[in-house]
Write a protein that binds this ligand. Structure first.
Ligand code: AQP
Length: 328
């Protein structure tokens, strides 16, 4: 059976960008793939958040995975730090990745610009991400568009390693949703919506109340033209809201645009809000129920990390044997 792997960093609460660009599409994979979804907490050490926040976010994200419909009996849901082979493989692959290629990563450039002491982890982040993916002999990686460059690097490292040592790693393919690959910020529709955005009305979080969602969408930047159609260059704000609407209603952009023929921006925003709230509300209800059952979530994490470890150990064995490290 082929493997699908993806992960989310517990750097904050999750946005509808994370949801529409990645997680919404994860639910049915287990039917055709061995489905592995991680909370990549080691990655989040590259960001400055408190230990309490990291812990709480991680727990909430796992709960959200289940609330979204990921059945923990059919999907491997776990914390990255619970499987020590992620770090082990990352170190080994660090020795096969080049400073030059890592320096070209745009996410590193974006996140390090203006920072005084850039931590080494931020620079090496893409190698840890490559390790996450390669550890499970992953075939496909469903991610948003922002991860394209990291995925390319993962493939390059895997091919380089295989050329040296034989068929050790599966070469993964990226799978990005056509329309919702890059949900933009509501206040800055030229930039991607991000969970660590400093502008409070830029991101809608999956767990935002209906009132808050309404407030944020009402304030979303549009333009002065007054008619609703899709044109990312000319109308980034309106196009982004149309994309969100199409994403939650599972309509094409043409179908979505048709729904707003003759509508003014007030009506348009109201309908986008309603559709978004309707899509998120069952997830929020399920989340509220599950989050109270801490023992259940902890049990899911223990059982699933054991499953993940068993797969990871097989890859590490192959890798260590290939490079001449002792195996037992
Ligand atoms: N705006 C977005 N549109 C579509 N997809 C998105 N993703 C993130 N933002 C958008 C996808 O969500 C998955 C998990 O992302 P991540 O947690 O690894 O971190 P990220 O890509 O760096 O996302 P954020 O929200 O911008 O986090 P911070 O602010 O912490 O850096 C990935 O599949 C990603 O593509």
């Amino acid at each position: 059976m082929k493997t699908v792997f993806s992960g989310v960093q517990p750097t904050n609460k999750l946005t509808i960008g994370n949801y529409l660009g990645a997680m919404k599409n994860w639910v049915d994979y287990h039917k055709d793939y061995r489905a592995i979804f991680s909370v990549v907490d080691l990655h989040s050490l590259t960001s400055k958040i408190s230990p309490e926040e990291r812990k709480r976010n991680s727990f909430e994200i796992v709960t959200l995975y289940i609330a979204l419909g990921l059945d923990p009996a059919k999907n491997i849901i776990y914390y990255q730090s619970d499987v020590k082979e992620h770090s082990e493989l990352a170190w080994i692959l660090n020795c096969y990745a080049y400073m030059g290629e890592l320096s070209r990563m745009t996410q590193f450039k974006d996140k390090s610009t203006g920072q005084e002491n850039v931590n080494l982890g931020l620079f090496a982040y893409p190698v840890l991400m490559a390790s996450d993916i390669l550890l499970y002999q992953t075939n496909i990686v469903p991610v948003g568009e922002d991860q394209t460059q990291h995925l390319e690097l993962t493939r390059d490292i895997a091919i380089r390693f295989n050329n040296l040592y034989g068929d050790i790693f599966q070469i993964p393919e990226k799978l990005t949703p056509k329309l919702t690959a890059r949900i933009k910020g509501l206040q800055n529709p030229e930039k991607k919506m991000s969970k660590s955005s400093e502008e409070p009305n830029d991101s809608v979080f999956i767990l935002d109340s209906p009132e808050l969602i309404t407030k944020k969408i009402k304030r979303a930047v549009t333009d002065s033209e007054g008619s609703v159609y899709y044109d990312v260059e000319k109308k980034p704000g309106v196009s982004n809201l149309l994309t969100i609407y199409a994403g939650v209603t599972k309509k094409t952009i043409e179908e979505a645009t048709k729904d707003f023929e003759g509508a003014n921006y007030g009506t348009f925003k109201k309908i986008v809000c309603e559709a978004l709230i309707e899509d998120l509300s069952p997830i929020q209800k399920e989340f509220e129920k599950l989050i109270k059952d801490e023992a259940y979530i902890k049990e899911v994490l223990i059982k699933n990390s054991e499953k993940a470890s068993a797969i990871a150990k097989e890859t590490i064995y192959k890798v260590k044997e290939a490079v001449g490290l002792p195996v037992r």
